[in-house]
Design a binder for this molecule. Structure first.
Ligand code: 9MR
Length: 454
């Protein structure tokens, strides 16, 4: 989707840009400056990626530029629902795997795109609704994330779920009609399937501070406060002839929630300002420590979905454009910050609403997100009057129920009475403090859980 061409003051953008420049070390022209986008971004620990198409990998110019310039790839269409599950329960990964292999052969990061989206659904999914759709969607997330387990840097778990315009609310879709919790159910299923992948929410027209981006912001804040696993937000940045003056401030406010931010689908209409807008986006990312990288949505203008707008960094013949040089220079000028690793327990996670137990030991409170035939459980473990250096939690499942995956804990058994033990990073819990783990299952979930210090 193309960003709406808001009539924004170029002055604001210049002010924001100037602020970044003032705090950057100007190194353009430096003899040490790197000469490719990937190497230049790597100087500050970031990646520079491109969306690529499996069908173009036989084009010598295309692959030469790809191999030389980029350090991350995103499949433009090959990992979407219609591509990976064309009929229900039959998964086809041929083209997705070609993108993965291309990325691996380059030593590049692979961004997975996109597990759930209202567009590019296979026709069988379009005709489902309610609990049948919910189960199919969660199964899709689980299957695809499991197939690519350990190989994906970041997944766009949910794409474009917010409405355009001023409501700040969700977009109506068959997925949304399964219940407002469909997004968190998807994130929990993705975490259970591939705990190593960063899990992102991705959208367009969220590039400045506006009603839509604030809707997303509120969702991310809510997810962080309730322990829903979300690690990053993607800002597509399909830009027209201007950039929001608060572009960097918008990235920063999300980063301040404790998530990484990424520019995921950058392209800019070729007007007089294209090179400057590309530079402004690059500088904004470099100025936000949790902005981990930039992806452009295609390589040459002729590869772009925006036919006739020439929005990319290479022309139809594969020559570098002025926009390319401005991005390279901005990357080589560097930023004031390097990306940070997210803390295990995000700052700002509010204390548990479960009161601490009165004595030593611990309590465990279960909350369930259930649908017909399955559920995701989140368990909050709260230490009593003494700190914990390890804990175990036990739940009893109703007959016929089974656990299909767990995160932030290891389970013994999958049915009947199931025990969960802390993992390395969440065994130590201060007196009165809490940590969370979760699991996904089929059938009914447990109503209660018991906790023991170990
Ligand atoms: O670039 C993609 C194009 O080839 C597809 O036809 C189109 C189908 O909707 O999707 C394009 O990519 C979109 C991306 O997956 C999500 N954000 C908007 C992108 C441009 O439409």
């Amino acid at each position: 989707m193309l960003n709406s061409r808001r009539a924004r003051s170029g002055l604001l953008a210049m002010v924001a840009t100037g602020a970044v420049l003032a705090t950057s070390v100007a190194l353009s022209g430096n003899a040490d400056a790197a000469t490719t986008l990937g190497a230049s971004a790597a100087q500050s620990g970031r990646y520079f990626g491109a969306a690529i198409a499996a069908g173009k990998l036989g084009d010598a110019t295309y692959t030469r530029i790809l191999n030389t310039e980029f350090s991350a790839v995103t499949p433009e269409n090959e990992m979407k629902w219609d591509a990976t599950e064309p009929s229900q329960g039959r998964f086809t990964y041929t083209n997705g795997d070609r993108i993965l292999q291309q990325g691996q052969s380059m030593g590049a990061k692979v961004r997975g795109h996109a597990l759930l989206w209202h567009q590019q659904q296979p026709s069988w999914a379009q005709s489902l609704s309610g609990s049948a759709l919910r189960s199919a969607a969660i199964n899709h997330v689980t299957q695809v994330a499991t197939h690519y387990k350990g190989k994906i840097y970041a997944w766009d778990v949910v794409n474009e779920a917010f409405a355009d315009g001023g409501s700040g609310g969700r977009r109506d879709s068959n997925l949304q009609r399964t219940g407002n919790d469909w997004i968190e159910a998807a994130f929990r299923a993705a975490r259970a399937a591939d705990p190593a992948a960063k899990l992102c929410y991705n959208d367009y027209n969220t590039d400045g501070v506006n009603a839509k981006s604030t809707g997303v912001y509120n969702m991310v804040r809510d997810f962080k406060s309730r322990g829903v696993p979300i690690d990053c937000v993607g800002f597509q940045s399909h830009l027209g002839t201007s950039i929001p003056g608060d572009y960097q401030a918008n990235l920063q406010r999300f980063a301040d929630l404790g998530v990484d931010v990424q520019i995921t689908e950058l392209d800019v209409a070729q007007g007089g300002n294209q090179a400057n807008i590309y530079a402004s986006v690059t500088k904004a990312c470099l100025a936000v420590s949790r902005c981990t990288g930039i992806t452009v949505w295609g390589i040459r203008d002729s590869d772009s979905w925006r036919t006739g707008e020439n929005p990319l960094l290479f022309d139809n013949s594969g020559n570098k454009k002025a926009a390319y040089t401005s991005v390279l220079n901005a990357l080589n000028a560097g930023g004031t910050t390097t990306p940070t690793t997210p803390p295990t327990t995000p700052p700002g996670t509010p204390p548990s609403s479960t009161p601490p137990p009165s004595g030593a030991g611990c309590t465990a409170a279960v909350s369930l997100n259930s649908w017909d035939g399955g559920y995701v459980a989140t368990v909050r473990v709260t230490a009593g009057s003494s700190a914990l250096s390890g804990w175990t939690v036990s739940v009893t499942l109703p007959s016929g129920g089974a656990i299909t995956g767990a995160w932030s804990a290891t389970n013994s058994g999958t049915s009947g009475t199931v025990g969960f033990r802390n993992v390395d990073y969440n065994g130590n819990v201060a007196a009165g403090a809490s940590t969370e783990f979760g699991f996904q299952g089929t059938g009914g979930g447990p109503g209660t859980a018991t906790c023991q210090a170990s």
